[in-house]
Design a protein around this ligand. Structure first.
Ligand SMILES: [Zn+2]
Length: 167
């Protein structure tokens, strides 16, 4: 009952992922309809239900455009797990403030990059110019496309792809 279910807005925009249990609640309450099954059935004493994989709300939920939460995990993911100074993929990446905090650098998408411990140490509390170091690319706030938000589920839920692509 904890398998992930993709929830689409009334206009088919992917909204979030919930548990099968929550999805069944929405369906039974008449708030959502099933778009994809294919996971067998759930039996209760008196009834049998198909197990949903993708559901769609019967109404349109209005909400602000989602943003990717600024965190170390998401910085590393945006930077494809690569040190943004030397380009190496190492397992113990750190997050570096491009303009150091004590020099007025912000804790923001545009000022944070993945850095290997060696590059981070080498740069120290200096600016790029002072350290004579270069970034592979300019840091940016990632766009929360549906594939960015829900892509990690696709491997185990291939049938979601057609609902996710294009958003
Ligand atoms: Zn490095």
């Amino acid at each position: 009952m904890n398998s992930p279910v993709l929830v689409l807005n009334g206009n088919y925009e992917p909204l979030n992922v919930c548990t099968t249990k929550r999805a069944m609640g929405l369906i039974l309450a008449g708030k959502a309809t099933v778009l994809e099954n294919g996971r067998g059935v759930i039996r209760t004493v008196s009834r049998t239900f198909e197990r949903p994989s993708v559901i769609r709300l019967v109404y349109v939920v209005r909400r602000p455009r989602p943003r990717v939460h600024l965190s170390k995990r998401e910085i590393l993911r945006r930077d494809e797990y690569r040190c943004q100074y030397c380009g190496r993929k190492v397992s113990n990446l750190t997050v570096d403030h491009v303009i150091p905090r004590h020099r007025g650098g912000q804790h923001s998408w545009e000022n944070l990059v993945a850095a290997c411990p060696q590059c981070n140490r080498r740069k120290g509390g200096r600016t790029l110019e002072e350290a004579r170091m270069k970034l592979l690319r300019k840091p940016f706030e990632p766009k929360p496309t549906a594939r960015y938000l829900f892509g990690s589920y696709l491997q185990e839920n291939e049938e979601w792809a057609k609902y996710i692509d294009g958003w």
